[in-house]
Design a protein around this ligand. Sequence first.
Ligand code: ADP
Ligand code: MG
Length: 249
Amino acid sequence: MSEQTYILRTENLTKNFGSLKAVDDISIQVPYGQMRAVIGPNGAGKSTLMNLIIQKTPLSAGKVFLMDKEITGIPTHTISNLGMSKCFQITQVFTSLTVFENVRMSLIVDRKKAYNVLPVASKYLREEVMEILRLIGIADLADEVVKNLSYGDQRRLEIAITLAKRPKLMILDEPAAGVARKESYVLMDLVRELRDKLNMTMLFIEHDMDIVWNYAEEITVMNLGQFVASGTPEEIRHNDFVQKAYLGG
Ligand code: ADP
Ligand code: MG
């Protein structure tokens, strides 16, 4: 595969916290349009890896490429303008505002960062916000104050807020965490539907193996900061480490 096949590549990504190698020499490639899961036991370094990719955490060594452009060391908001955003950074949700206001805020911030102008055509903006809410399936909740939302709908809102940044690649750190089993499938259906409708790529951490088997097209396994394996669900199912760690084999 040529390099252009990949929307995201990491080369030898490493993060040391003191003497701990939280992420140890990780090189992964994510093809355009893929649903990619990253799995591994607690403390494997999955969240740290995502934060290195999005440049939220300064790296100790290595490089990150987004659409073949090196983004190592670039500020997270610039990376968002380049097409990669991470979901579920709770700080971006204003719980005393409505669903509509939250998504509008995200749109305004995104446009300001991208073009250094505030969008003034509020009617146009309103339509854009509603379009995102319809896409996510929460248009009927537009005027609801966020703190009154169910947990599942809050997660949906967070996806809507991230979508307002128009990412080509969305990173999701345990999208189904804390959500009831049935609701977690609804959420993952939504993630896959967005991937299909908007030609996106989805890179998600997940600990629920039923979700992983059902939604991942490729699975990357980490342990103790290190790369263990990457492959199709079928390949990973037969991996020795995965057998021992997850399947009791
Ligand atoms: P995972 O998401 O796979 O559960 P993390 O990436 O959160 O794992 O953590 C990997 C390791 O790095 C863990 O041992 C964790 O305690 C450690 N770690 C994570 N963040 C920090 C930090 N800010 N300072 C020190 N150690 C950290
Ligand atoms: Mg984590």
